[in-house]
Ligand binder design. Structure first.
Ligand code: LLP
Length: 426
């Protein structure tokens, strides 16, 4: 039987009328585990990683998976076994990496609001680098390290003031953003760091935004970073590694980001031309490693045609898939069983009591009550941002590997949800 691949989704294909992820029939999974249900393809994650590895071949690079995109233990395990490090933003993230078999020394710790307790725990565990985001944080980290009688390995996160040309909520490298240390303060802050006995300077880093689909902003950021490295080293402070963050976009709806391989070949040409080709590099990709590896399976509960809008009410909602409500994001929605029927325009919405609870506007679908659908590109920033709004338990997650489907997270029950709550004794 010939397989028909979906654009931008190399590990999803219709075989006859049925949608498969790798060798697994998705409607079988939906029937066995119920919906909503997240399904991830391991092959797709490793293929996305391989594109970076090809781009970097022969170079000294550490790829640190930005696990905020999808922190499931079973997903972290895939990247740990493939030799990746991890970009974390909390002590909880660190605990997940360690629980999944990742190495503390492969961890870099980003984020504007690290607490003293988190710094202490990360120092005790022996993480690889703190990406420090402010002058105030630098002083606190120094104090915490001195109290423990150790030195914290640090890099300063630079705000390079580059426009990544993406959604404003996920632009992080512009002057007005809360992230990183302003360009003009970078050299004096390195000079200060060099005088603090509790710190050991190891690198420099930046991250300009997310879902970036053009090469230009990266090229600009590289130039600004290299100018800074020259200025800092000119002050006698060696910089061992340069971390360019994450941010590469994926194809949600005909988007055409450069491939990781192509992007990095071009960026490396620029590094070579400026004499930085041998420098140790780090990157922090999240979405581009997992985004198109995941789908969310959902059932059509009711069809509600109306005079102005037709509503297709599904059992997945904004608590499972928050990106449309938060960023007006587009996710493709396709049937698990394609049917030859007339297409109608539907607003695909969830059961949550908010008008913002929509998953797709004006979608052409041939659907009936009880049909199963897949919301695509749901591997990144979906489960990781899922909530219990409306007392909805979070969905289970499955990792597909060839013919095998591994349950990597069970459906959350109401008992799970209320176990830390108590009634007041009256
Ligand atoms: N490094 C740092 C310091 C970050 O803040 C981020 C993402 C990454 C790496 C990974 O970026 P990526 O390769 O995934 O683009 N919830 C939003 C995305 C927020 C991104 C936050 N930072 C969304 O659903 O679009």
């Amino acid at each position: 039987m010939s397989a028909q691949n979906l654009p931008g989704q190399p590990h999803l294909a219709y075989r006859g009328k049925e949608l498969f992820a790798e060798e697994v029939c998705l409607s079988d999974l939906a029937k066995e585990h119920g919906t909503p249900l997240f399904v991830y393809s391991k092959g797709s994650m490793l293929a996305a990683l391989a594109a970076y590895q090809r781009g970097f071949s022969g170079r000294d690079v550490q790829i640190c998976y930005a696990m905020k995109a999808n922190p499931a233990l079973g997903v972290i395990q895939v990247f740990a076994q493939a030799g990746c490090g991890f970009d974390i933003v909390s002590a909880g993230d660190m605990d997940r990496v360690l629980a999944a078999g990742g190495q503390a020394k492969s961890i870099i710790f980003s984020g504007v609001g690290k607490t003293r307790a988190e710094m202490r725990r990360a120092l005790e565990a022996g993480i690889g680098c703190f990406n420090v985001e402010s002058e105030a944080e630098l002083e606190v980290l120094n104090e915490v390290a001195l109290t423990l009688g150790t030195q914290a390995p640090i890099s300063l996160r630079v705000n390079p003031n580059v426009d990544p040309k993406t959604h404003p909520y996920i632009s992080t490298g512009l002057k007005g953003s809360k992230f990183g240390i302003a360009h003009e303060r970078v050299v004096p802050t390195y000079q200060r760091a060099a005088k603090l006995a509790g710190l050991r300077i190891v690198g420099i880093d930046c991250h300009i935004g997310s879902q970036i689909t053009q090469e230009g902003p990266y090229l600009d950021a590289v130039d600004r970073m290299l100018d800074l490295v020259q200025a800092i080293e000119g002050e006698g402070i060696p910089i061992h590694h340069i971390d360019f963050g994450g941010g590469l976009g994926i194809d949600y709806n005909g988007d055409t980001p450069p491939s990781a391989e192509h992007l990095w070949k071009n960026l490396l040409t620029k590094l070579d031309a400026r004499g930085f080709g041998k420098r140790k590099l780090m990157i922090e990709p999240g979405r581009s490693l997992v985004g198109n590896a995941g789908v969310c399976l959902t059932e059509v509960l009711y069809l509600k045609p109306g005079p102005q809008k037709n509503f297709c009410i599904i059992d997945a909602a904004m608590n499972d898939l928050p990106r449309p409500a938060m960023y007006q994001a587009f996710h493709q929605i396709v049937p698990l069983n394609s049917r030859e029927a007339e297409l109608t325009t539907w607003d695909v919405v969830g059961p949550v009591c908010e008008s913002g609870d929509w998953i797709g506007h004006d979608r052409m679908l041939a659907v009936e009550q009880g049909d199963l659908l897949a919301v695509l590109s749901a591997g990144a920033y979906c489960m990781s941002m899922a909530s219990n709004y409306n007392s909805r338990g979070r969905a289970p997650e499955i990792l597909v590997e060839g013919k095998n489907a591994h349950l990597i997270r069970q459906r959350e029950t109401i008992a799970d949800q209320i176990q830390k709550e108590s009634l007041v004794n009256t």
